[in-house]
Unconditional design. Structure first.
Length: 378
């Protein structure tokens, strides 16, 4: 069994993907082909945002946003402690100070309450200027934007939505990657919408920021590539990846999102009496980058992972370590707050195989294994 079966997806989309790739090879327009701008307008219209700027990966997407806002020394950037490293790495790389904030116990997303406390703590210490909140749409569910936006407005902070795992999610009818002042996503192969290598995108409604993002993405270009008006980076999405994404976006919209939600529902119905299943807020919709359950203890979590492995079922731990405890942040300028929920989650969480092409029989194997494991322990 595969954790996320990309070969199966390819088998089903093969003729369209092979044709799209062949068109790029025949035209030889490997960089900045027309597929890139076509994809950008398709992604912008899907997310309901004015501008989409594609780039080389989801990490660069975050960096580009911070560059456009000129975030650096003495700026405080608030980041959830329970996320992939890039969310905290990028503000630190720009010279800003990451402030680690705890998450909600039920959704695993940044806690509005802990965020406000962290902002007050930084203001009271008086050394840093609070500038940006990086919200993460963890495992596919949008963060609580109604609550976070209120806090951002109250303290005059910008929201950078890290939608690397959240593309396709919604609150009501509003799509993920439209909640931030700038929002980003990743097309890493295992993300909800993935390409066949690295890729990413930045979204914003703001014309000035969009122009800056387009410039920073290509060596700080001015009127053309050989007119350089600022120090930028080289971070383009190549034409092959854009062509592949155009095919995959169609499947994503037409049935993949629906099918992965169906699979998640099936897990939750069958497992709710045995383990803590994911909690989706009223009116929220997840794109299920991960389906993560909570066990009672670290010992039980590790036991279940070994039990599944012996039976050929892969599972993953996202994340085994709070970001604030990564070696890279040791002795570095950063601010820690009360992070006790994150500490707990790292010990108890386990992600199960899920993807839009998962068969009911495969899912039943996983479900029965978990039931057996729980019953032989009680
Ligand atoms: C994957 C991921 C990123 C980085 O995306 P890459 O395309 O791998 O650079 C950033 N933030 C989160 C939350 C992610 O899951």
């Amino acid at each position: 069994m595969q954790f996320r079966d990309l070969q199966k997806q390819y088998k089903i989309l093969k003729s369209d993907i092979d044709y799209a790739i062949k068109q790029v090879l025949d035209a030889g327009n490997f960089i900045s082909g027309s597929q890139v701008t076509e994809l950008e307008s398709q992604l912008a219209s899907y997310a309901g945002v004015k501008h989409c700027i594609t780039c080389a990966n989801g990490t660069d997407a975050l960096s580009l946003a911070l560059m456009a806002w000129n975030i650096g020394e003495e700026d405080a950037v608030f980041v959830p402690d329970f996320t992939f490293f890039a969310s905290g790495e990028t503000p630190a790389y720009e010279g800003a100070v990451p402030v680690f904030v705890d998450v909600e116990e039920d959704t695993f997303n940044i806690s509005a309450e802990s965020l406000e406390q962290a902002i007050l703590q930084v203001k009271e210490e008086g050394k840093l200027v609070p500038k940006v909140i990086i919200t993460v749409d963890l495992f596919g569910q949008p963060a609580d934007y109604p609550a976070i936006r209120k806090i951002a407005d109250k303290y005059h902070l910008l929201i950078l939505e890290d939608g690397a795992q959240g593309f396709g999610g919604k609150i009501g009818e509003q799509m993920a990657c439209s909640f931030g002042d700038i929002s980003t996503t990743s097309f890493f192969p295992a993300k909800p919408l993935g390409c066949y290598g690295d890729g990413g995108a930045v979204f914003t409604d703001n014309d000035d920021w969009a122009a800056l993002l387009r410039s920073y993405r290509i060596h700080g270009k001015g009127s053309d590539k050989y007119d350089n008006v600022r120090i930028g980076i080289n971070s383009r999405l190549d034409t092959l990846q854009a062509a592949i994404l155009q095919v995959k976006l169609k499947a994503f919209r037409e049935y993949e999102l629906r099918d992965v939600n169906h699979a998640a529902e099936r897990y939750s119905c069958q497992l709710a009496d045995y383990v803590r299943v994911p909690f989706i807020k009223e009116g929220f919709y997840s794109s299920w980058a991960q389906y993560s359950i909570l066990l009672d203890s670290e010992e039980e979590r590790n036991g279940l992972q070994a039990y599944l492995k012996d039976r050929g079922i892969p599972s993953m731990i996202y994340y085994p370590k709070p970001m604030s405890r990564q070696t890279a942040f040791e002795g570095m300028d950063c601010v820690k707050t009360d992070l006790s929920v994150t500490e707990q989650l790292c010990c108890r969480i386990l992600a199960l195989p899920i993807h839009p092409y998962m068969e009911a029989e495969e899912q039943d194997m996983v479900i029965n294994c978990i039931k057996d494991f729980k019953s032989c322990r009680s």
